[in-house]
Design a protein around this ligand. Structure first.
Ligand SMILES: O=C(O)CCC(=O)C(=O)O
Ligand SMILES: [Fe+2]
Length: 273
């Protein structure tokens, strides 16, 4: 038998609650409109289980230890969610020009050990995914995140990340792909000029890794000690030095067009030493 009285009361309670919620929403939208507009975009990534890093080691053929490549670390939806965070209005003021690219630093600059700043949701979610996947030190989620944006044909000159990032760096690639070169610690590198790179005496990288969108690159140990760089180029030529060609779905001789933009997110655990 239907209890009309309690049905009636439930309906009345529902109406009162709906009215209260509408009033609260209006109140918030008038008083905090700017704050809400500037609120960071939420970013949900699915939970990760630890990866078996040995399954993703790619440098052995070229004698480079500590180089790992994980294809499809993010799904396409997750990539889109992270990119929404990178390009959210509240992050717009964080872009700083740096060489041919522009960068956002989160969690303070790499050299500022004392700056404690909460990471925005996209960076926190990705940092957690990287740490849950077990690709950074155990129990130590990254606390510094650098976002790089390259517009074709921009690259980054060969460099070593120095002590501050030691002992390992994880990089997630978004939107466009690129070939990263690992060069000897010292010595010349023909990183910018393709003509130069074709000279018979041109120095050659120790290894190359083709970075597909949504992949994760991890370098530590020997690979950390090398310099790394991305050529200024609109097309990446896959050579026998490319250690992950098969898993990245490219083959020697391929000329892979760069996308218009590549975004990379670099994760570091800064420690007071
Ligand atoms: O964009 C990349 O994958 C490399 C970035 C890099 O080497 C750096 O930020 O130190
Ligand atoms: Fe670097």
């Amino acid at each position: 038998m239907v209890d009309m009285k309690s049905l009636f009361e439930a309906e009345r309670a529902r109406r009162i609650e709906a009215k209260r919620a509408t009033a609260a929403a209006e109140e918030t939208s008038s008083s905090n409109a700017d704050e809400i507009r500037a609120a960071p975009a939420p970013c949900d990534l699915s939970p990760r289980t630890p990866l078996r890093l040995a399954d993703h080691a790619v440098g052995a053929d070229r004698g480079v230890a500590g180089l790992h490549y994980v294809p499809d670390f993010l799904s396409a939806d997750e990539e889109a969610a992270v990119l929404r965070g990178v390009y959210a209005p509240d992050a717009a003021s964080r872009w700083v020009a740096s060489g041919q690219r522009r960068v956002q630093n989160w969690g303070g600059r790499p050299s500022e050990l004392d700056v404690a700043e909460p990471l925005p949701p996209f960076a926190a979610a990705l940092a957690r995914a990287v740490s849950d996947a077990g690709v950074v030190a155990e129990g130590a989620a990254p606390n510094h995140v650098l976002v790089n944006e390259y517009r074709r044909p921009a690259g980054i000159t060969p460099h070593n990340d120095g002590d501050i990032y030691n002992p390992r760096v994880a990089i997630v690639t978004l939107s466009g792909g690129a070939l990263i070169d690992f060069w000897a610690r010292e010595g010349p590198a023909s990183e910018t000029d393709d003509e130069d790179a074709r000279r018979p005496d041109a120095p050659s990288p120790r290894a190359q890794v083709y970075l597909r969108p949504r992949s994760l690159l991890l370098y530590e140990g020997d690979a950390y000690a090398l310099r790394h760089g991305i050529r200024e180029a609109s097309v990446d030529r896959i050579t026998p030095l490319c250690v992950n060609a098969a898993v990245a779905g490219v083959k020697v001789g391929d000329e892979v067009e760069r996308g218009e933009t590549r975004v990379s997110v670099v994760f570091v655990r800064k420690e007071r030493r």
